[in-house]
Design a binder for this molecule. Structure first.
Ligand SMILES: Nc1ncnc2c1ncn2[C@@H]1O[C@H](COP(=O)(O)OP(=O)(O)OP(=O)(O)O)[C@@H](O)[C@H]1O
Length: 341
């Protein structure tokens, strides 16, 4: 049991989802590794100097305000966008390579499907294009929503189309599933159903998932790893429990809830002195061990995320398990691969 589990357990306080161990976890392999990654558009940098490592088998929430760079990062991981600086690898391969493409499924916000195809024809196309296609899983997702197989995609509601897009993504049996705000047009019950499917499929098959969402409660339900981006920079990266264990919510007398200067809480670092809704207090990054009970409580995942979203200039925290070496590691490995190929 890790440090955070020991301190907090997994109860209603909002701990990350504890998934049963899958062999993919044990390998310690990287599903995604980014080093010095940057993307500059004409208007400026969308993503700058982003370095992190996402181990295989994790379900990773990608969180950040509108325009933070989430879709850009996903585009870079799927070869839809080329980096301006740095490099990113998917299971050790360049995103556009056959190896990476075969093992990755990407559900974009637009969820493009052929409107004139029926649902059955759409699934057949998935089967023909993907060697690892799992028809039972794809059909199961469609049937659970009572979407008729003979209906044309163009006649489906937005939510039904999303369900078919999910079926395609899961049917591919990817090792890496990238979902860009997948739930935005689904009703709450369908969202919960598909989140449960996602969680179970990922746990059963060791699938790595990178999912962006603005719905923090949902991320809390499925994720065991987090990336938080603000203004194109990585602010937080690591396992949910590790990140929660590194922070505390201090309920200081006249501290968080009263207007005025931020209290001195050395050796801890103030991330946010909270004066809004929710539990009042000062969310700090711990600079030394702390005793919980009394005026200090662990933050829920939602409290942690909201604090970082409201404080985009807070110092970044990249937990040890999410750190990478330098760019030369990737380039050296690429050269070694080329020599041994
Ligand atoms: N093709 C493009 N050309 C120019 N600028 C772009 C392009 N795509 C994205 N941007 C800019 O890059 C920044 C990051 O955009 P991105 O779509 O990655 O953000 P996001 O975090 O996914 O936002 P949202 O939560 O609103 O979907 C934004 O400022 C956006 O305007």
């Amino acid at each position: 049991m890790d440090d955070a589990e020991t301190r907090y357990g997994h109860g209603g306080g909002g701990a990350g989802f504890a998934r049963p161990a899958h062999p993919a976890h044990a390998t310690g392999a990287s599903a995604i590794e980014a080093q010095g990654l940057g993307k500059k558009y004409r208007r400026g940098w969308a993503l700058r100097d982003v370095s992190f490592r996402l181990s295989a088998g994790r379900v990773c929430g990608l969180v950040g305000p509108n325009g933070a760079g989430k879709s850009t990062l996903m585009g870079l991981a799927t070869h839809m966008i080329r980096p301006t600086t740095g490099a990113l690898r998917v299971f050790g391969s360049a995103p556009g390579s056959m190896e990476a493409v075969l093992h990755t499924a990407f559900l974009t916000q637009e969820k493009p499907l052929f409107r004139r195809f029926t649902v059955a024809e759409t699934l057949r196309l998935g089967r023909e294009l993907n060697p690892r296609w799992d028809q039972a899983v794809a059909e199961g997702i469609v049937h659970a929503g009572q979407v008729p197989l003979h209906a044309k995609i163009g006649t489906l509601s937005g939510g039904q189309r999303t369900r078919v897009a999910f079926a395609l993504a899961f049917g591919k049996r990817p090792d890496l599933l990238i979902l860009d705000e997948p739930m935005s047009d689904l009703d709450p019950l369908v969202r919960r159903e598909l989140m449960t499917t996602l969680r179970e499929e990922a746990a059963q098959h060791g699938t790595t998932v990178l999912v962006s969402s603005h719905m923090l409660a949902e991320l809390e339900y499925i994720c065991d790893f987090l990336l938080v981006i603000a203004n194109g920079g990585l602010r937080l990266a690591g396992e949910v429990n590790e990140l929660r264990a590194a922070h505390a919510l201090l309920d200081l007398p006249h501290g968080g809830s009263a207007p005025g200067p931020v209290p001195d809480v050395a050796p801890h670092t103030v991330i946010e002195a909270h004066r809004g809704e929710g539990r009042p207090g000062v969310l700090v990054r711990l600079g030394a061990p702390i005793q919980y009970g009394g005026p200090a409580e662990p933050p829920t995942l939602e409290e942690l995320l909201l604090a970082y979203l409201r404080s985009p200039d807070a110092p970044a925290l990249i937990a040890p398990g999410a750190r990478v070496g330098d760019i030369h590691d990737i380039l050296t490995r690429d050269r070694q691969k080329a020599v041994t190929a």
